[in-house]
Structures are given as C-alpha cells and as structure tokens.
Write a new protein. Sequence first.
Length: 74
Amino acid sequence: MPRYFFDIKDSHRLVDPSGSDCKNDAAAFEKARVLAIIASLDKPAVDPTRRISVLNADKAEISSVAVYSKPTAQ
C-alpha cells in the first residue's frame, strides 16, 4: 500500500514525519479532508492560507485541501 504524508501549510509548514498508508490517491485525498476538519477545530480563526498538503511517497505534492475554520452560510 502506498505511503502518503499530510503536511499542514500556512505561514509555516508543519511536517508529517511518519505518513500513512492509503489505498490510492483518492483515499489519501479523503483522509486529507478529514484532517482538514480536525485542524479547523484546533485554530478557530479564519486563515485562507491554511491547507493540508497531500504528498506521495516521493514527497511530491499531489493535492491539497483547504482548512476552513468557520462554516459557510447556506
């Protein structure tokens, strides 16, 4: 199973040193979405630069997910 890394990016970068095994890129993207929700609970202020960066085993970014701290109005 491929290994992926999930770094948090904003004004600085919080690196995921161990990574996680995911079935494929789509599964890694879904994990990043869950991590983005968890990260949004940690820092309630809105920061449009906060993202979960999805990196493959070669540490190349393949995707990213925005971390939204406040729900959008419907």
